[in-house]
Design a protein around this ligand. Structure first.
Ligand SMILES: C[S@@+](CC[C@H](N)C(=O)[O-])C[C@H]1O[C@@H](n2cnc3c(N)ncnc32)[C@H](O)[C@@H]1O
Length: 266
């Protein structure tokens, strides 16, 4: 079992994550849930659920007769997930656990969804073996991970700022989050016992809120921004936010974001 993660948010950052990351994730949440072909009564796991964007969308599809669970290492994220659960859906059970040691019986879920989590698993093979174990035969797996950094100019601007102001190990973590997971997932899924894997590139043009407030807020809600503040205080975060804005085209808040959507059948 591995408790390590490249995405460790502390203190009040999970609350800001829910607020600032929501606009970036919204169209990808819809695409991911659509890819799993959920239906009323489905049992669904949101793996590395964070504050629960996908779990909430899945619960809307599974309906009152369904069962939705969310699992994540970070209890701060789960606290926000629990607070944001609107209680119109089936109850969502949020449980702290690492992806490679899931607290569920074999073949529990009709579908396992994972949005932007797989790139942070310290042992991808072990996590996918556990995922295969808890997915019923014939059940669906769907995950998104960011594609190569160059496909998302907003993140290229972030990288420049993290490399300029952040500790080198955090800059390396940032690059790793956009590295090879998308390419590794299909074969890793096959090794874990899934079949019929597919891989698609998804690009959405996303309109962000006014950047002057959005960028520092977003930075403060992700581990790399947190590291900047720890190393150089609020001033470092402000300087990094200014650098990000300087690297983005002027006169627009709409940027393309590209992720790879990988699906498989158990
Ligand atoms: C970028 S966030 C994505 C959260 C959520 N899926 C979403 O769509 O916003 C990555 C999440 O993966 C979780 N995570 C990272 N490594 C993990 C592991 N080994 N086991 C479980 N969760 C993990 C982090 O705690 C974090 O909540």
């Amino acid at each position: 079992m591995a408790d390590a993660t490249g995405f460790d948010l502390k203190g009040s950052a999970p609350e800001r994550y829910e607020h600032y990351v929501a606009p970036l994730m919204a169209p990808f949440v819809t695409a991911l849930v659509d890819a799993a072909d959920l239906y009323p009564g489905a049992t669904v796991l949101d793996l590395a659920c964070g504050t629960g964007f996908v779990a909430r969308a899945a619960a809307a599809q599974a309906g009152p007769t369904g069962r939705v669970a969310g699992v994540d290492l970070n209890e701060g994220m789960l606290k926000i997930a629990t607070a944001c659960h609107p209680r119109l859906y089936p109850d969502i059970e949020f449980t702290p656990a690492p992806a490679d040691d899931l607290p569920y019986a074999d073949a529990t879920f009709d579908a396992v969804l994972c949005q932007q989590g797989a790139q942070f698993f310290p042992d991808l093979d072990a996590a996918l073996r556990e995922t295969a174990r808890v997915t019923r035969p014939g059940g669906r797996f769907a995950a998104t991970v960011w594609s190569h950094l160059d496909d998302s100019p907003y993140f290229v601007a972030h990288q420049r700022a993290v490399e300029q102001y952040g500790p080198p190990e955090k800059a390396a973590d940032f690059r790793a989050a956009f590295a090879t997971t998308a390419d590794r997932l299909p074969t890793a899924l096959t090794r874990a016992g899934f079949h019929d894997t597919t891989s698609h590139t998804l690009t959405f043009a996303i309109e962000l809120p006014p950047l002057e407030d959005y960028i520092p807020g977003h930075l403060s809600a992700i581990p790399w921004g947190q590291a900047l503040t720890e190393a150089g205080g609020e001033q470092a975060l402000t300087r990094a936010a200014d650098t990000i804005r300087a690297h983005l085209p002027e006169g627009t808040t709409t940027f393309p974001f590209t992720a790879t959507l990988v699906t498989a059948v158990r």
